[in-house]
Design a binder for this molecule. Structure first.
Ligand code: TRP
Length: 355
């Protein structure tokens, strides 16, 4: 029996951090034997925010090396670069004919990004949609909300549908895009009266989602939050970051509840340390003998035990251009094979036929 197809992509907009590692990469490594896994670097999606051309390529290369260093095996999984598969771009054009600009404009990620591009304050529930639309339509060239940003969900749906993937591991913030993908798939099927696309769902890894908080006291680790520990961080810089993590004035009475910043450090310790060490610090917190400096020192060393070998592999892989080229070529060939087949079917279904 053929394996179920799992697809996931990551935008090439910076280095991978501990949140990416525990939330995604480590899980990908675990499932690569059991599924037909396809992992790709979404450089076309990265273009929606108009990066510097040199940064774009450097970032693609870094993420590729980081995927490989984390243990994704190109002999088991297909690893490819989105822009190496031109079939995606063509199908994006075709699928857009069945996507409404209204539904795209109502997408949360679009609203957030458009507001950012226009320099507006954080999105609020009481948004006046009409005023917002007027601002988009009337925006000056230097504050342009580009059409690529609007059609981001179409491109993502194509990534998934063109590979015929049914399981798509994504973060919470991407679930709406997955919902749109299902809607587009159903719409295509019903418009052309075919039973062609299967609807993709989030990959359920089971268990509670892993919590990887940032170092700034609140919220999860995220590139845009500036609270990250990167896999590539040098030991000295990493230690410094951890030592500077936000804490509080310390427990004032035995068994007092933990503040969020301190609970966050414990979450990180739970991910990287042994249960004994975690318990030891929990006890010290409970009886008020804890010294946050000790906790942070321990945390930094335990994180380094995870990231040191990965960082060394990243640097080795980055230095081996031949290897990178081979991986990318092999991945592109495999990804294009299935993409070309889907695209040919879609063209046929839509009535684009050869003379
Ligand atoms: N939009 C995703 C993100 O920002 C990246 C992505 C692009 C993706 N295409 C995809 C993820 C297809 C899963 C499947 O995280």
């Amino acid at each position: 029996m053929s394996k179920e197809i799992v697809l996931s992509g990551i935008r090439s907009t910076g280095n991978l951090h501990l949140g990416n590692y525990y939330g995604a990469l480590r899980k990908f490594v675990k499932i690569q034997d059991d599924y037909d896994c396809r992992f790709f670097i979404a450089d076309l999606h990265a273009l929606t925010t108009n990066p510097d051309p040199n940064d774009l390529h450097a970032n693609v290369k870094k993420i590729l090396a980081e995927y490989l260093a984390a243990g994704i095996d190109p002999e088991k999984a297909t690893i490819f670069i989105q822009s190496d598969v031109p079939e995606i771009a063509e199908m994006y054009l075709l699928l857009n004919m069945h996507v409404g600009i209204g539904e795209l404009m109502r997408t949360t990620s679009f609203k957030d990004k458009a507001r950012k591009a226009l320099g507006l304050s954080a999105p609020s529930e009481s948004d006046d949609d009409e005023a917002f639309e007027k601002q988009i339509i009337g925006s000056e060239t230097n504050k342009r909300v580009n059409a690529g940003l609007l059609t981001y969900p179409t491109l993502m749906a194509v990534d998934i549908l063109i590979q015929r993937a049914t399981k798509v591991p994504v973060g919470k913030d991407q679930l709406q895009h997955l919902e749109l993908t299902r809607r587009f798939a159903r719409r295509f099927n019903s418009f052309y009266n075919v039973d062609y696309f299967q609807e993709p769902y989030d990959f359920d890894f089971g268990g509670a989602p892993v919590k990887v908080p940032g170092l700034d006291g609140s919220g999860k680790m995220g590139k845009s939050e500036g609270n990250c520990i990167y896999l590539i961080d040098e030991p000295k810089a990493l230690r410094k970051k951890v030592m500077r993590a936000v804490t509080d004035e310390g427990p004032q009475a035995p068994n007092s509840p933990m503040s969020e910043p301190v609970a966050n450090l414990f979450s990180l310790l739970e991910l990287t340390s042994t249960p004994e060490v975690v318990q030891q610090f929990r006890d010290a917190y409970a009886d008020c003998s804890i010294r946050y400096g000790d906790l942070k020192k321990q945390l930094a060393e335990d994180i380094l035990a995870v990231t040191n070998p990965i960082r060394e592999r990243i640097n080795d892989i980055l230095a081996d251009e031949d290897y990178l080229r081979r991986v990318v070529k092999q991945g592109a060939e495999k990804a294009r094979e299935s993409a070309a087949k889907t695209l040919a079917d879609v063209r046929q279904i839509m009535g684009i036929r050869k003379f």
